[in-house]
Ligand binder design. Structure first.
Ligand code: ZN
Length: 142
């Protein structure tokens, strides 16, 4: 991915650097599926995707389709972000969601505002396009 918007519009700061290790994650999101990694040796889940288990260092890790359910671990409403394309998106809610499987992931909360959110609130994944090819995992209240 180039990290650039349409020609002449300047850089965008909302696009990930997609590497070989994370390519299956992004491909699955485009199909409305959330993948995380699981260790075949100790059973621990992890996210972001790594080629080894952060618990036991085994390299016997594989993709697992997460339930998409979790709880709000922490969040913050963002009112100012000068990097394109965020000025047109504020305010938005940045959050860390603890997945049912255990790993925590950085995300956004949608279909709610800071006034509606509580720590521990149950949420489910949704898939939000951010360009013509890719989607990001966001979460909404259940
Ligand atoms: Zn392990």
């Amino acid at each position: 991915m180039s990290g650039k918007g349409p020609a002449g519009s300047g850089p965008r700061f909302d696009q990930p650097l997609i590497e070989a290790e994370s390519q299956p994650y992004w491909d699955a999101l485009a199909e409305d599926r959330l993948l995380i990694k699981r260790c075949d040796d100790c059973g621990a889940f992890h996210h972001y995707p790594r080629p080894f288990c952060p618990e036991c260092w085994s390299d016997a890790v594989d993709w697992y389709e997460a339930s998409g359910r979790g709880t709000v671990y922490t969040y913050s409403t963002v009112y100012v972000n000068d990097l394109p394309p965020f000025p047109s998106q504020v305010p938005y809610v940045a959050a860390v969601v603890e997945l049912e499987e255990g790993p925590r992931m950085m995300t956004r909360l949608v279909e709610c505002t800071g006034d509606d959110i509580t720590i521990g609130m149950k949420v489910e994944v949704a898939f939000e396009p951010f360009d013509d090819e890719h989607k990001m995992a966001v979460f909404r209240p259940i």
